[in-house]
Design a protein. Structure first.
Length: 367
């Protein structure tokens, strides 16, 4: 909105030429989203407290979490508003990639909001029925895959994905491409949801991941950089750095309130929307496989849950009694029950996330 308006003024006021630069608009989006978070955060926290919209803590979890009972949840509203407003103001809304990531973020934000509402307002313990949530994720995947396949902007590479470490290697998934899109969106949104169990853990990791995608978007949208690094050139992808930067600012702004001891939790409203946004960025940038490295901590958390469930079922069938592989899953709770302080686990996971982020960027030269 403002982007096009400011550009129209450049003929009369030359300073507005600066809005042609994606780097400037990305920085402006990050700063704006951070400021919006600081402004609306206290108001939303106060409103949620006044309406007694607080998190329910399960009794079979770590006992140290019981003091968190009643902490306001549904804070993902802060993230969504803080990220979307700068994106709408400073990105090119005619760009198909921007439209797709906005659709994904809002779509899963609505599903997460309904889930949270059913849990904390309607007092339905499990929230939205799992199959309905799955239907929402699958439908979104189908819509996005159809949009990409039918769009002229993706004409030459609509069903392709790139492979980390390998130069000029692209895999054409053909008819199974929609299935891959569904899996990426579903897995990523659920992975962030599973990781959101400690104060500041998921939102800090998200800030790291979106920072990487801001860089990847910019590089992919520059024909000179993409040619030098031998990666797939994606016309228009640079606009996604504006969205990614806005997400970084929104995540850091939310972390201000979510850091231990948390004043608010993001809830499914935040975890599902940010996870979907992360997965959708990987899809439109053709970096679905690289996402396994960028979001490695989220992958690790998800695998720990899968191992726990499969091991429990295996031992129940073989011995008649289910046993646990970890003290508790996801893995961050395992370390808690081992006696490691919550804040130390969070910082260590952030460090691993930063190392994976740097390694993922290094893959552009390791080829």
């Amino acid at each position: 909105m403002l982007y096009k308006y400011f550009l129209s003024l450049k003929e009369t006021v030359s300073v507005f030429n600066i809005f042609e630069y994606i780097t400037f608009r990305s920085a402006l989006a990050a700063i704006t989203s951070l400021i919006i978070s600081f402004i609306i955060g206290p108001y939303i926290i106060k409103t949620l407290k006044n309406h007694q919209i607080g998190e329910e803590i399960r009794n079979n979890g770590p006992k140290t979490h019981l003091i968190k009972r009643g902490t306001p949840t549904m804070g993902g509203v802060i993230i969504i508003l803080a990220a979307l407003l700068p994106t709408l103001m400073f990105s090119d809304l005619d760009n198909t990639m921007i439209k797709i990531v906005l659709l994904s973020t809002v779509w899963m934000g609505v599903i997460g909001f309904i889930d949270d509402y059913m849990k904390v307002i309607e007092k339905i313990e499990k929230g939205m029925i799992a199959r309905y949530k799955m239907i929402g994720q699958v439908t979104l995947g189908i819509l996005i895959s159809y949009w990409i396949i039918s769009s002229n902007e993706f004409l030459d590479f609509s069903t392709k994905t790139t492979v980390p470490f390998l130069k000029n290697i692209e895999i054409d998934l053909g008819v199974i491409y929609p299935l891959m899109v569904i899996i990426v969106i579903t897995a990523t949104s659920n992975a962030v949801n599973l990781t959101d169990g400690l104060d500041g853990l998921a939102i800090g990791l998200l800030a790291i991941c979106f920072s990487v995608f801001a860089a990847v978007s910019y590089i992919s949208g520059r024909i000179d950089f993409s040619d030098y690094l031998n990666i797939l050139y994606l016309p228009g992808a640079g606009e996604l750095s504006v969205f990614s930067s806005a997400m970084v600012g929104a995540c850091l702004g939310f972390l201000w309130f979510n850091a231990s001891p948390a004043e608010i939790f993001m809830g499914d409203t935040g975890s599902l929307s940010t996870g979907a946004a992360l997965g959708t960025l990987a899809i439109v940038l053709k970096k679905e496989l690289l996402l396994f490295i960028i979001g490695g901590v989220f992958v690790f958390e998800t695998i720990s849950v899968i191992i726990q469930v499969l091991f429990y079922r295996y031992t129940r069938i073989k011995y008649g009694e289910g046993k646990r592989f970890f003290n508790m899953a996801p893995i961050h709770h395992h370390y808690e029950l081992e006696g490691i302080k919550e804040s130390k686990i969070v910082v260590r996971f952030w460090i691993v996330g930063i190392l994976l982020a740097l390694f993922s960027l290094a893959t552009f030269k390791i080829r």
